[in-house]
Ligand binder design. Structure first.
Ligand code: GLN
Length: 203
């Protein structure tokens, strides 16, 4: 199975490493023909506004959006989560997303004082030990539609819960960066529970 990591901007190499550790053929993709060849996609962390603009400039935006719409398994971390969201709060003027997940995310939601932090998270479908989650100017999810399953949450100082990992059909998104910790269980979850299950259901 060929899984592409969208290589316009962001931490592409780390995702390729995590996917390779799961035993799949992982490669950087940045042209139309490369994107047509893959059976699943990872959108890395980086800057969602830049990735969207570059996807437009290189004429990849519509292709990626239509492949996502037609069911290509796709995982987005951090900026990648924003790009998979149907609605974005604190977006820049005219910011576009590929969309696909019926949710509202807030960019840079954790505020300036806590630009970056780490915590241990319970992740539905991944057993102990907890996932060490690294957040870097991360979004959180403000609300989800009925088709979206929440897999992990954080609780803020006021006691409010915010989803930080979600799944909707073949789409997976996390606010945090599992590609930076050397623990490949989130990538394995994507490969085993989404990419391989889809491949086997197609026969
Ligand atoms: N704040 C970035 C954005 O809006 C995301 C940061 C990240 O991917 N680490 O795209």
């Amino acid at each position: 199975m060929k899984i592409g990591v969208l290589a316009l901007q962001g931490d592409v190499r780390e995702h390729i490493q995590s996917l390779s550790d799961c035993g799949v053929d992982a490669r950087a993709v940045k042209t139309k023909s490369e994107i047509e060849e893959i059976s699943a996609l990872v959108i890395p962390g980086g800057e969602s506004t830049t990735i969207a603009k570059l996807a437009r400039s290189f004429d990849l935006f519509d292709l990626i959006q239509s492949r996502i719409k037609s069911g290509m398994p796709t995982y987005g971390s951090c900026a990648g989560m924003i790009l998979l969201s149907d609605n974005v709060k604190d977006a820049i003027e005219g910011q576009e997303t590929f969309g696909g997940i019926d949710m509202v995310v807030r960019r840079n939601a954790f505020g300036r004082q806590v630009d970056s932090f780490e915590t241990d998270l319970k992740f539905k479908g991944i057993t102990d030990p907890a996932i060490r989650a690294v957040f870097i100017r991360a979004p959180w999810v403000e609300s989800v539609g009925s088709s979206v399953e929440v897999l992990a949450e954080v609780i803020d100082e006021s006691g409010t819960k915010h989803p930080v990992a979600v799944r909707s059909g073949n789409l997976l998104a996390t606010s945090f960066h599992p590609e930076l910790t050397g623990d490949n269980r989130v990538h394995k979850f994507f490969v085993e529970n989404i990419c391989r299950q889809l491949a086997s259901s197609k026969g």
